[in-house]
Write a protein that binds this ligand. Structure first.
Ligand code: FAD
Length: 463
C-alpha cells in the first residue's frame, strides 16, 4: 500500500507531460479555469491574485457592506479546497511578464515560470480624467479594497454622490441608503441605463429610484470633484455649475478591461486582450478569459467584451479544455444577464435591445403597480421569439433559452407561458392578464395551456 502511494506520487512529480499552468486573477474566470484544469489533468496549477488570497463572489460585495453576509460567506470554497485539489495560491501582484522566457515577476521579488499562462485580470472602474478623481473619499465599487474604503468613510457621512447610472451605481446607492446616508445619483442620460434597457423598463427604474427616496438627477453630468484643502473630496460640481456637498463620491460610470500595464508589450491589446475563439492570444501559450478578454470575432449580435459573471465562467471552462489538449471553441450561448434595481429583479434572455432593428417587434406588458413587466421580443417577419426582458417577475432560464434556441413562434410561447413560471402559486395570477393583453394587441385567441408542473417542464426540457 505504501509502495503504491509512493509510486503514484513519483509518477505525478515526474510525469514528463505535466505542465505548469499559471493563472493571473482568482475571480470567477480564473478559478473556473483552475477547477476545470484540475478535473481534466494532473498539471501543476498556480492561481495568483493581489486582491485577496481566496476567491469570493464579486456580485455579493454589496451584501457584506449591508451586513447580510460576512466576507467568508461570499467565498464559495473553503480554504482546504485549494490544497485538496492541488491548486497553489499566491497572494501577490504580477508586475511584469516576460513572454519570451515564459516567466512572471511578482511584487514580492520572486519570479515564476509557466508553460501555459492564463490572463484572467478582470476589469477596473472607469475614470474619465475628472479633476479631483484621485482624491481621498472618491472610489469605485469593484474590488474588495473599494468596499473597505466605503466602509472607512461611511461613519457620519452626510451625503454620497454617485456618478453613473448602471447596475453598479444602483448597488452602491442602495448600500449607502441602508445606512440612512442620503444619496444623489448623477446620470448623464435622459433616463436610467437607457443604452441597455428599452424605454419603458428604463422609465420604471427612474420611478423606482425616486420612490425609494434617492435624489436622482437625470441629464446631469459630473464636471469636477472639489478638494477640501486636505486632499479629501467635499463636494462635486456638475456641468450645469451646481455644487453638491458630499463626503464621498462613488465613480460607477462603467468598467474597462484591467489591461493598461500590458499595452506596451508584444501582447495584442485593443480595449481588452484580443483572443481567437479558442481564447488564445497572439502569443503562444498565453490565453485570456473573462472581463479582460476581447474576442476578435464575436458571434453575430454579440460584443467582443462581455463583462458579466456567466461569460467569465464559460470562458474559464473553455480555456481549461483548450489548455488540457481537448480543443473546443468558445460558445457564448444565448445572452443572459440578471441583476437587481433596489427591489426590482431584472433578467434578460436573448436579444432585447434599447434601440432595436426594424424587424424586432416587442410585446410589452406592465402590471398596474408599475413595478413588474414582461417584454417578449420576436421577429416581425417570422414570428420567431428572440428575447425576454423581465422586471420584478422571474422566468425559468432553461425554458426561455430553449424557446429562443428552437426558434419557437411567439404564439406557441404565449400558449405555453406557464412552463416558464418559476413560482406557480405566486405568478399564476399575471399570466391570464398577460395573454389577454397579447390577444388584444395582436388579434389572437390564445388560451393558456395547463399548469407548468414539474412533469411538463421536465418533458419540455428533455433534449
Ligand atoms: C459590484 C458588482 C456587481 C456585479 N453584479 C453582477 C451581476 O449581478 N451579474 C453579472 O453577470 N455580473 C455582475 N458583475 C460583473 C462580474 O462580477 C464580473 O464580470 C466578473 O466578476 C469578472 O470576473 P473575472 O474573473 O473576469 O475578473 P475579476 O473577478 O475581476 O478577477 C480578476 C482578479 O485579478 C486580479 N489581478 C488583476 N491584475 C493582476 C495582477 N497584475 N497581479 C495579480 N492579480 C491581478 C484582480 O485584482 C482580481 O482579483 C458585478 C460586478 C461588480 C463589481
Amino acid at each position: 500500500m505504501i509502495k503504491f502511494v509512493l509510486i503514484e506520487f513519483y509518477h505525478f512529480e515526474n510525469n514528463p507531460d505535466t505542465m505548469d499552468i499559471v493563472i493571473i486573477g482568482n475571480g470567477v474566470s480564473g478559478v473556473t479555469a483552475a477547477r476545470f484544469a484540475r478535473k481534466l489533468s494532473d498539471h501543476r496549477i498556480t492561481l495568483i491574485s493581489s486582491e485577496t488570497k481566496y476567491f469570493f463572489s464579486r456580485t455579493a460585495l454589496m451584501y457584506i457592506y449591508m451586513g447580510h453576509m460576512r466576507v467568508e460567506d461570499t467565498m464559495p470554497y473553503e480554504p482546504w479546497f485549494w490544497e485538496k485539489n492541488r491548486i497553489d495560491l499566491i497572494e501577490a501582484h504580477v508586475d511584469k511578464i516576460d513572454f519570451k522566457e515564459q516567466s512572471l515577476t511578482l511584487n514580492n521579488n520572486t519570479s515564476l515560470k509557466y508553460d501555459k499562462l492564463v490572463l484572467a485580470l478582470g476589469s477596473a472602474s472607469n475614470k474619465f480624467g475628472w479633476p479631483g478623481q484621485n482624491l481621498n473619499r472618491v472610489g469605485g465599487l469593484y474590488h474588495m479594497q473599494d468596499l473597505e474604503m466605503m466602509e472607512k468613510y461611511s461613519e457620519n457621512l452626510e451625503r454620497a454622490v454617485i456618478v453613473g447610472g448602471g447596475l453598479i451605481g444602483i448597488e452602491m446607492a442602495e448600500m449607502f441608503h441602508t445606512r440612512h446616508i442620503p444619496v444623489t445619483i448623477l446620470v448623464r442620460e435622459k433616463s436610467y441605463w437607457n443604452n441597455v434597457l428599452p424605454a419603458e423598463e428604463s422609465a420604471m427604474i427612474n420611478r423606482h429610484i425616486l420612490k425609494n427616496g434617492f435624489d436622482l438627477r437625470l441629464e446631469s453630468e459630473l464636471d469636477s470633484i472639489i478638494d477640501d484643502g486636505a486632499g479629501n473630496a467635499c463636494a462635486v460640481k456638475t456641468k450645469s455649475g451646481e455644487e453638491i456637498k458630499c463626503g464621498y463620491v462613488g465613480l460607477t460610470a462603467g468598467v474597462h478591461p484591467n489591461v493598461k500595464w500590458l499595452k506596451e508589450t508584444e501582447l495584442e491589446v485593443n480595449k481588452g486582450i484580443v483572443v481567437n475563439n479558442h481564447l488564445e492570444t497572439n502569443i503562444k501559450n498565453v490565453y485570456a478569459i473573462g472581463d479582460c478578454a476581447e474576442l476578435r470575432n464575436p458571434v453575430e449580435g454579440r460584443r467582443g467584451i462581455e463583462a458579466v459573471w456567466y461569460t467569465g465562467r464559460m470562458m474559464g471552462e473553455t480555456v481549461a479544455y483548450n489548455i488540457c489538449g481537448k480543443p473546443v471553441a468558445y460558445d457564448p450561448g444565448i445572452w443572459f444577464n440578471s441583476a437587481k434595481f433596489i427591489h426590482i429583479e431584472y433578467q434578460v434572455y436573448g436579444d432585447v435591445l434599447a434601440n432595436p432593428p426594424e424587424h424586432h417587434e416587442s410585446f410589452y406588458w406592465e402590471h398596474a403597480d408599475g413595478d413588474k413587466a414582461v417584454r417578449i421580443v420576436f421577429d416581425k417577419n417570422t414570428d420567431v421569439v428572440l428575447g425576454f426582458n423581465l422586471m420584478g417577475i422571474r422566468f425559468r432560464h432553461e425554458v426561455c433559452e430553449k424557446w429562443i434556441k428552437n426558434k419557437t413562434p411567439i404564439d406557441k410561447v404565449m400558449e405555453d407561458l406557464r412552463l416558464a413560471n418559476f413560482d406557480p402559486e405566486f405568478y399564476t395570477k399575471y399570466e391570464g392578464e398577460l395573454v389577454g393583453a397579447y390577444n388584444r394587441a395582436y388579434q389572437r385567441n390564445i388560451s393558456l395551456q395547463a399548469q407548468g408542473t414539474w412533469d411538463r417542464v421536465f418533458s419540455f426540457l428533455k433534449p
